[in-house]
Ligand binder design. Structure first.
Ligand code: ADP
Length: 780
């Protein structure tokens, strides 16, 4: 998963930096091109400025020619009628004068005067070696006739400039003649308008051009023109500068670009006599432009890099803020939810954030208040539930003691030989059965209150499954004697021999299923089935299937609630309390199992218990010692009005009493009445387990235990071992038992023998009988 920082970075890059960089990168070449163009223009202007010197130079020559037009050679002034000798003398003087005034202007190489018809009349030529002006027999250069005629026709004072004349042949002898230009001006004054001829100055342009270094002169055919050198036969420039030919064909100023960044600016500078331009080429130094381009690129790239770094820092900062905000929010919410503490969210920043913080603070405070109220309420509920469970346990126990007596006596009275008439014995039997139902109900109530109070102990051990199921069938078979209902056991051959579970709890669940099935089935069959589904989390299924009245679908869930039955008439017709399935479901949960029901009214029902072969840790974590007597978890005893009493105070009320462990009714009745007469309370138990339980529940008042010898286990519980024990033996066992060194009372009990024995017991225990009533007070 990408970090938040990366997400923000990518977002900022895509929507911020990328468009900016693209805009820069797209426009940068354009900027560079334009810059190059401006640079070249500036360069061209420079070049033009260079050639402006040449223009100015030519302008100064214009002045010179105007001056000579006003002072023409004397032959012209004197005219055709002048004395020849005089003319020669005057011309000699004129030559001297010219030598004086034109000694420095070395580019002027010839002065020619014509008459009004354009015929050369007088000419002076500068000597190439001595630089002296002297007349020659022939003029070196003769201008174009039309040019001279046009000059003669021109206005006085005007200057005509001829195209450049290239004369490589003559230039070979005299380099000054290689590239020349004629300036011409008409002779005669403006006032009389009479045209007397023209003066023509020949100027050595080649010599001038030599003073411009790094400049190439090339004619339209691509031949180099170098003063003093012959014109090359081949158009070399086109070979040296590939592509130059097309530039020349265009006839316009252009930049030539070659390999390695070489650049050259070509300008059609002058018109030559033949009408084609004379090209001037100059090397363009691209280094300033390159330097500019490099610097620009460097700047742009560093700006982008800086922006990227700024974006990274920004993304980091935003991510840190968001993460911090998220942590605070999450941590705060978690603390509110887990600890229920009111929290303060004081965020600085935008108004919305502050408002959110305020609202969360209010929410936290409200939640904390509610949570506190709920906790207080839950505590109250738990406490009242504990009181209820304790109350139920107490009441059940209180009910069971007199009920035991009722059961015993009614059983005794209904037995044959009790001395009652058959009708009275039947009534006693009815009392006995009603009492047993009541006892069952009390047991159920005790069970459910213990389960609810979390006090039910589990005893997980290896249990042989098949014998357990067979026992159950045997137990219930007699109940079907007078019904056309068959009781069937069906076992899966793959069943394991042993499973780990609590034997009693499992039996209790199956007993409930079976007794319900038998109760609600008038004919057909009741089937107990055990199957194994390997691979399932709860692979063992124990089901009880009947062909009874069935349960409507909408009642199939509520029958698992305590005191709920399928309908109101059930209790009238079939009896029961509606507690069995509630207890069964709780027990199944404890064993790590689950109960499912399927039923069709009128057809039958199937109650299935799904069990693991080994209970999960949570079930086995409740060992049978989980609820020892006096355990901290045990509810505190309740007073009759339901208020809680400390244990010490409760035991203070206990009077000394005797515990009788016996199943024989006759013996029980005799012992109860005899012990009562001896001033002792009596508690009874059907076996040693129940006896331990009674001792645990009743506290410390027990002074004596009387137990049937055949019920004595090999290792009685510690609580019983520490108490004086009287064994109740059948007469014939008398001798054997006495060997064990205990008090022994043989059955049937003789009240006198009992009294004697009690006397012995008290004596042996240091006259404990008298101290016992005070003991509770002493200990308190
Ligand atoms: P009780 O049997 O004491 O009434 P239970 O909790 O065991 O209490 O059962 C609750 C109710 O579920 C019964 O009253 C009965 O209406 C219904 N019930 C349970 N088992 C069966 C069954 N096999 N066939 C029809 N109804 C049943």
């Amino acid at each position: 998963m990408l970090k938040l920082r990366i997400y923000i970075l990518v977002f900022l890059l895509i929507f911020g930096l990328l468009p900016l960089s693209l805009a820069v990168l797209i426009n940068l070449p354009l900027v560079l091109d334009r810059t190059a163009l401006f640079y070249q223009r500036a360069y061209l202007q420079n070049l033009r400025a260079d050639f402006r010197d040449l223009d100015q130079h030519l302008a100064s020559r214009h002045e010179l020619i105007r001056f000579l037009a006003k002072l023409p050679e004397p032959g012209l002034l004197l005219g055709a009628h002048g004395d020849l000798e005089q003319i020669d003398i005057a011309r000699a003087r004129y030559t001297t004068w010219i030598n004086q005034i034109l000694s420095d202007q070395r580019d002027v190489i010839q002065i020619l005067f014509t008459d009004a018809q354009g015929q050369a009349r007088f000419w002076l030529v500068r000597d190439a070696r001595t630089q002296e002006w002297r007349p020659l027999p022939q003029p070196v250069q003769l201008s174009n006739h039309h040019f001279i005629e046009a000059t003669i026709r021109a206005q006085a004072g005007g200057v005509m400039v001829s195209p450049i004349r290239l004369d490589p042949r003559r230039g070979r002898d005299d380099p000054r003649q290689f590239m020349t230009l004629d300036l011409a001006s008409p002779l005669g004054s403006e006032r009389n308008h009479s045209k007397t001829g023209a003066v023509v100055l020949t100027i050595d342009v080649g010599g001038l051009a030599q003073s411009y270094p790094h400049t190439l002169w090339v004619n339209q055919e691509g031949r180099y023109l170098r003063p003093g050198e012959p014109v090359e036969a081949q158009p070399n420039a086109f070979r040296v500068f590939p592509g130059l030919e097309s530039i020349f064909a265009e006839g316009k100023l252009a930049l030539w670009k070659g390999e390695g960044g070489r650049q050259m600016l070509w300008v059609p500078m002058f018109m030559t006599e033949d009408g084609s331009p004379l090209w001037v080429g100059r090397i363009v130094d691209p280094s300033p432009l390159d330097a500019f381009r490099n610097e620009l690129m460097l700047r742009v790239l560093s700006i982008i890099a800086l922006l990227f770094m700024a974006v990274m820092v920004l993304a980091r900062w935003i991510a840190a803020r968001v993460e911090q905000f998220g942590h605070e929010l999450l941590g705060g919410v978690r603390r509110i939810l887990s600890e229920g503490q009111p929290l303060q969210f004081s965020w600085s920043g935008p108004r919305e954030l502050q408002e959110l913080g305020e609202q969360l603070t209010t929410l936290a405070a409200t939640h904390a208040e509610h949570l506190q109220a709920v906790r207080a309420h839950t505590h109250e509920l738990e406490q009242s539930n504990r009181y209820k469970s304790q109350f139920l346990a107490n009441v059940s126990h209180e009910l069971r003691t007199p009920l035991n007596s009722i059961l015993l006596l009614s059983k005794m009275l209904s037995a044959e030989g009790s001395g009652l008439s058959p009708a009275q014995r039947r009534q006693a039997q009815v009392i006995h059965e009603a009492g047993r139902d009541l006892c069952d109900m009390i047991d159920n109530i005790l069970d459910i209150s213990r389960i609810e109070a979390g006090q039910l102990a589990l005893n997980i051990e290896p249990v042989e499954l098949c014998p357990l199921l067979e026992d159950l069938i045997e137990l219930f078979s007699p109940q079907l004697a007078d019904k056309p209902v068959e009781l069937i056991l069906r076992l899966d051959p793959n069943l394991p021999d042993l499973i780990e579970t609590d034997r009693d709890k499992l039996r209790q669940i199956l007993k409930n299923f079976l007794s319900n099935a038998i109760k609600f089935t008038e004919r057909g069959e009741v089937r107990l089935e055990a199957s194994l589904f390997p691979g399932m989390p709860k692979p063992l299924v124990l089901s009880v299937i009947d062909t009874g009245i069935g349960i409507p679908r909408d009642k199939q869930e509520i029958i698992f609630e305590a005191f709920r039955q399928a309908d109101g008439s059930t209790r009238r017709r079939y009896g029961g309390t509606g507690l069995g399935l509630a207890i069964s479901r709780e027990l199944a949960n404890l064993l790590g199992g689950v109960i499912e029901v399927e039923s069709t009214p009128g057809t039958g029902s199937c109650f299935a218990l799904w069990l693991p072969l080994v209970p999960s840790a949570s079930a086995s974590a409740l060992p049978s010692t989980a609820m020892p007597p006096g355990n901290d978890q045990a509810p505190e005893p309740l007073d009759s009005d339901g208020t809680c009493l400390p244990l010490a105070l409760a035991s203070e009320r206990d009077a000394p009493w005797a515990l009788v462990i016996e199943r024989d009714v006759k013996t029980l009745v005799t012992l109860t009445s005899a012990l009562s007469q001896a001033g002792m309370g009596v508690q009874t138990a059907a076996d040693f387990d129940e006896a331990s339980e009674t001792l645990r529940e009743e506290g410390q008042g027990c002074a004596l235990v009387l137990a049937a010898a055949q019920l004595l286990p090999e290792q009685p519980a510690a609580a019983i071992q520490h108490l004086p024990l009287v064994l109740l033996v059948e007469a014939e066992d008398n001798r054997q038992i006495s060997v064990m060194g205990m008090w022994v009372l043989s059955k049937p009990i003789d009240p006198i023998a009992l009294e004697l024995l009690l006397g012995q017991v008290w004596q042996r225990l240091g006259n404990r009988r008298k101290s016992i009533p005070e003991r509770g007070t002493d200990e308190s």
